[in-house]
Design a protein around this ligand. Structure first.
Ligand SMILES: [Ca+2]
Ligand SMILES: [Ca+2]
Ligand SMILES: [Ca+2]
Length: 495
């Protein structure tokens, strides 16, 4: 077999190489024993760690085992250094990790601190700042740790949607805004205040004070509620209730809006509280209603009346001494009053469209009660004649006992008795709705009658009254009973 020249050539090259290696052995060996520096880099460039997580080992990987002892210095930057610990410890923003020969990686322990405050996620940057001889910083030289907060913002809402306070309440009213949990940090609540009738500084103030219809409440960590004190101004006037709307407009910091964001506070005009407002009597096919309104001094301003489908208004007019001088009616009649030196009304004159139609003369008994009323009506001839005479008798305590109605006999000094009404069995209860209203500013029944007798045309009719009361002890309902049957229902309301 003939030798292949190609194979021969390869063999000769191999021989030559072997000879070359063996003769330069002493020079090549140090390159193998002293490989390049050990490259150090983070195993990951990002890490997300929960605030309540157990400590996490953060690894720096080497490309080969360390040849010698040394150390790695990490520089750490964070907003809140007290939110975590490291091992080795963090000193002046750096961690120094020792490295021993033969180590193939290094690490440090990152321990989050579970706190109660809401700071939001925090970015912590860890950078390989320097390494000692024999080590080299690799390409992943920075690690971003996201420290996740496990707190939730506290929810902020009003305790109630509606509340009320009396105008004369000295401490005012505390609007309470409870939180769903202790505030996990600082925050603030902006409350806007609006009202149709209540004017800030005139009818009420707040603490903290409002400015341009807004109040800012600041919240400290750990607080369970915010409070806003509302101080009504007591004006001593009989006017009206005023409603103020508070609404949680904005919250910031460790807070968020809850569900009840509006609170309506009613400032109750306590001067008027309990004053009679209206009564309505309903019978079979018949209805009458009167509604009373007052001026700021608490005197009757108007009475609205309704009778079946008819309605009208009486307006009261007063002099400087707050005594009624006249009552004008929506049907254009006017009743003027004349008083004696003791300010008692002794005469009333009723005009219609300027013409005197009727006048009444009032007489008083020894106790000062209206004892008699003589009614004079204008006749077609223009002259006035007495058409009725009423006589009133009272119990010692001032409650009306009896009303007698007479008609004068024409052309004589005699009177005919038309009817006799007897009120009896009074209960000692507040009664703002006397069944007989004689003159403004006077009552005929300070208590509640429970029986009534009418003697007329030879007939005797007997009624009894049963009452229901409101929480103030004032009557809210009256049942008029005849022969065991309810014949009339009266309901009463108060301011
Ligand atoms: Ca926590
Ligand atoms: Ca936290
Ligand atoms: Ca008032």
């Amino acid at each position: 077999m003939k030798a292949n020249p190609f194979i021969n050539r390869i063999l000769s090259v191999m021989m030559t190489t072997a000879g070359l290696l063996s003769c330069s052995k002493e020079e090549v060996q140090p390159i193998r024993q002293q490989p390049g520096p050990v490259s150090v880099q983070f195993k990951f460039s990002t890490l997300a760690i929960q605030e309540r997580s157990s400590p996490v080992q953060v690894v720096l990987a080497f490309n080969q085992a360390a040849q010698q002892n040394g150390s790695i210095t990490l520089s750490v930057s964070a907003d809140h250094y007290h939110d975590f610990k490291t091992s080795p410890g963090l000193i002046d923003g750096t961690i120094v990790i020792p490295v021993s020969a033969g180590q193939t990686e290094a690490s440090f322990l990152f321990e989050p601190i579970n706190n109660e405050s809401l700071t939001g996620p925090q970015l912590i940057s860890v950078v390989i700042a320097s390494v000692t001889d024999g080590l080299l910083t690799g390409s992943v030289k920075e690690l971003s740790i996201t420290l996740q907060d496990d707190e939730l913002p506290a929810q902020v809402a009003f305790l109630q949607d509606k509340s009320s306070v009396s105008e004369d309440a000295e401490q005012g009213f505390m609007v309470v805004i409870p939180f769903s949990q202790a505030a996990p940090g600082t925050g603030s609540i902006e409350i806007s205040i609006t009202s149709d009738l209540a004017v800030y500084g005139v009818h009420y103030t707040t603490d903290p004070a409002a400015s341009n219809g807004k109040v800012e409440l600041s919240v400290e960590p750990g607080m369970h509620q915010a409070r806003l004190q509302v101080l009504p101004v007591n004006d001593f006037l009989f006017n009206q209730d005023r409603v103020i709307q508070f609404s949680i407009e904005k919250v910031s910091g460790a807070l968020e809006k809850g569900s009840q964001l509006v609170n309506e506070l009613r400032i109750v005009d306590e001067e008027k509280t309990g004053l009679r407002k209206s009564y309505e009597t309903v019978s079979n096919g018949w209805r009458v209603k009167r509604t009373y309104s007052y001026d700021e001094q608490g005197n009757i301003h108007q009475i609205q009346w309704e009778q079946n489908t008819l309605r009208g208004t009486y307006t009261y007019h007063y002099n400087a001494g707050r005594l009624v001088t006249k009552i004008t009616s929506s049907d254009l009649t006017e009743t003027h009053f004349t008083r004696d030196i003791a300010s008692r009304i002794i005469k009333s004159e009723t005009y219609k469209q300027g013409e005197l139609k009727k006048y009444e003369l009032f007489g008083y008994d020894d106790a000062g009660n209206v004892g008699e009323v003589a009614v004079f009506d204008r006749q077609p001839s223009g002259e006035f004649i007495m058409t009725r005479l009423f006589v009133y008798l009272y119990y010692v305590n001032g409650n009306l006992y009896k009303r007698l109605s007479f008609s004068p006999e024409a052309g004589s000094e005699e009177y005919n008795l038309l009817s006799e009404e007897i009120y009896g069995n009074y209960m000692d209860r507040d009664n703002q709705f006397p069944m007989v209203e004689l003159l403004p500013g006077r009552t005929t029944q300070i208590g509640l009658p429970t029986s009534y007798q009418l003697n007329q045309n030879g007939l005797e009719l007997n009624y009894s009254f049963e009452y229901e009361y409101n929480s103030m002890g004032s009557p809210s309902m009256r049942r008029t009973i005849k022969n065991g049957q309810v014949v009339e229902l009266t309901s009463y309301s108060y301011y």
